[in-house]
Design a protein around this ligand. Sequence first.
Ligand code: NAD
Ligand code: UD1
Length: 332
Amino acid sequence: MRILVSGGCGYIGSHTVIRLIENGYDVTVFDNLYNSKITVLDKIEKITGVRPDFVLCDMTDIASLEAIFRDSHFDAVIHFAGYKAVGESIEKPLMYYDNNITGTLNLLELMEKYNVKNLIFSSSATVYGLPEKCPVDEKSPLFCLNPYGRTKLMIEQILLDLCNADKDFSAVMLRYFNPVGAHPSGLIAEDPNGIPNNLMPRIISAAKGKIKELKVFGDDYDTRDGTCIRDYIHVLDLADGHVAALNYVFKHKGNIAVNLGTGNGYTVLELIKTFEKVNGVKVPYSIAPRREGDSKSTYADNSFAKEILGWEAKLGVEDMCRDAWKGALNYE
Ligand code: NAD
Ligand code: UD1
């Protein structure tokens, strides 16, 4: 079976491509390399022995996207491509709506035209906004605080409408919690253009001395050590969640949203301490004011993923910290 992977050169996409190949799927990746590098394909080949087909394509250009659908038949699409920086989305909302929404509409239109009816979509726990209670389950109220989050929510709604209109369509919307870590070979890791503002890349930058210190955003929250709680999940567990979701879409029609998280919450300080202990390095940090829009605590109720996909995370926070550092040492 052949799977089309949009954004397959990116962080989560590349790890998922590895798992797809290891599970016997043929893979075609398309990416515009906005936030990734073509060399990741060499690394995927080194790890799996197979080089996925690759097409350089921007999904907002429907003509070049259509050429991919004309050339091969796909049994399913896994849709990672999109912009993902929250701060940037506030500064440049039109750029986010254009890329994430127009790009997705193009993809869906071509899926309809070429009779490809199975989709896995990268949604995010960001759709829960500031959760009223934790663990958060899929029925919790949805609310977004920024344009990036709204693109995720809008695409979820578009998929719901599409599945209502086309009873042959099957979509699984995976709401990722906080993906961290890397392939344990150290060959592939998060390799964006610039340092993202997320916690793990900042911990790594501080440990490497690329920034003077990590700023911990607030230590006066009502949590066990005053810092915010998140559900960090190893990117390979996440990748396996996509393989499980593929098995599901092939057997079911309609639309479901599924949380992919470990169900365990860690504070910012706990993650820093674990990183230091596991890797034997120092992470210089200082306490800074709260970051606007941060939720005090977000972690998953993952019982639906267990029930419906037969999936659960296997790797712990120590694996995440060890593999993230090992991968980071191979990058600039
Ligand atoms: P990433 O930036 O590493 O990967 C996204 C890939 O899509 C990149 O390779 C980029 O070049 C490509 N891309 C962007 N716009 C494109 C376009 N118009 N046409 C073709 N390719 C395009 O991001 P990631 O961390 O791997 O995230 C993958 C998906 O998961 C995204 O949709 C993101 O919003 C979502 N997500 C990520 C996180 C996270 O913390 N990493 C959390 C929740 C959801
Ligand atoms: C952030 C985004 C969310 C997005 C997710 C994945 C915001 C408000 N939320 O979520 O929409 O889906 O990334 O891309 O931007 N922290 C520090 N110092 C830092 C960086 C982070 O203390 O330099 C803290 C944060 O306050 C937070 C935790 O670390 O408590 C995790 O932060 P982050 O990695 O940015 O993820 P989220 O806040 O969950």
